[in-house]
Design a protein around this ligand. Structure first.
Ligand code: ZN
Length: 360
């Protein structure tokens, strides 16, 4: 179904879209509210002087995940680059009905990011997905979609990409994140359906809901600039990361009993097999259980809420495919002011993290 949507190069868009060198704001009519008001998606189109690819950058596909919104607004309001060629299609918020409610989901309780490519006679989610797919994705040659962890969790910045697709791999490598997770994404996810329809798309997962976190915005902007440089739309060469971890397997480590956690690791930490990640104790502090890493890995994400029930996810660990010792030496040699180290410090700053030997 998605393959039927015609792909229109941006410089051939009909009159009314941006002329070479122009910035243009447009609103895409997306839905009607319960009281018959119109719901539009604001889109900023920035066209370079020379022909080139059209690239979408989207945020808040889950309506509460607004780190991408903050990053895209920076590109619109304070771009730190000149766009030489091609077209940027900048969408700070895709899921306007969810965003209005500070919610991941649409008012019909469906997940918009499981509803692509959608259709024009389906559910509310399916209709909105169809409009986004035909009006935005179908007009673009490449895409970057920015997400955060779900509520009460945080994610260390990682790019999700189907590395079996050479053009997706090219974008993912150029983005320059230290952590790459090689996945095609769930059925109905915008990234997966965009790739299948011929628009290579990567996804950044970073930070928490309901926040615009400065270092997360910094890595998003660095990655966007790197990708645009790779595509020849912006002058300069992409910055390379200090190291790269490509993971194929990730696992949520879960609490086995109810209790209150003391954390012993932070988002972005390298962890060894059998390393203690958290201690789960009752409210009065008696030790009940420990949470251990089952493999050498890196912490992609973790809960920010210390109270847990049996089965609650605690740490999301990506399995390493390279020896951990060498990576540990590389990370130890990083200066504290590198973006990677500042991200580790920032994302762990509001979690109480003890050394394991301090546990009673
Ligand atoms: Zn999301």
């Amino acid at each position: 179904m998605s393959k039927a949507i015609p792909r229109i190069p941006a410089w051939q868009w009909p009159d009314g879209f941006a002329a070479p060198g122009e910035h243009l704001n447009v609103a895409i009519l997306a839905a009607h509210g319960f009281a018959d008001y119109q719901i539009s998606i604001p889109v900023h189109i920035w066209r370079g002087l020379k022909p080139g690819p059209a690239v979408f950058i989207t945020g808040a596909l889950h309506g509460d995940e607004i780190n991408g919104t903050g990053a895209i607004r920076e590109i619109i309001l304070n771009p730190n680059f000149e766009l030489d060629s091609g077209t940027l299609v900048l969408v700070p918020v895709l899921n306007i009905p969810g965003f209005e409610r500070h919610s991941r989901y649409l008012p019909d309780r469906r997940d918009l990011n499981r509803s692509f490519p959608g259709n024009d006679s389906g559910s509310m989610a399916s209709r909105l997905a169809h409009i986004i797919f035909s009006e935005i994705i179908g007009r673009c040659d490449y895409g970057i979609d920015i997400h955060t962890a779900a509520v009460r969790r945080t994610n260390f910045p990682n790019v999700r990409a189907d590395l079996s697709n050479p053009e997706v791999k090219r974008l993912a490598n150029a983005f320059g994140a230290e952590l790459l997770v090689d996945t095609i994404g769930p059925k109905g996810a915008m990234r997966r359906e965009a790739c299948e329809s011929g628009c290579p798309t990567i996804l950044l997962e970073a930070g928490e809901v309901w926040k615009v976190e400065p270092t997360v915005v910094e890595i998003a902007l660095r990655g966007v600039r790197n990708v645009l440089q790779e595509l020849g739309m912006v002058a300069g060469q992409p910055e390379k990361p200090a190291f790269r971890i490509v993971a194929k397997r990730t696992k949520w480590i879960r609490a086995e009993s109810g209790g209150f956690l003391r954390f012993h690791a932070s988002p972005g930490d390298l962890v060894e097999k059998d390393q203690l990640l958290a201690t789960n104790t009752s409210l009065l502090g008696q030790e009940q259980s420990t949470i251990i890493s089952p493999m050498d890995g890196v912490i992609l994400g973790m809960t920010t809420l210390p109270s847990v029930a049996p089965g609650d996810p605690v740490c999301h660990v990506a399995k390493l495919r390279q020896p951990i010792e060498r990576l540990e030496r590389t990370v130890e040699a990083l200066d504290d002011d590198t973006l990677h180290e500042r991200l580790r410090a920032d994302l762990g700053s509001n979690l109480l993290i003890d050394e394991p030997n301090e546990v009673d």
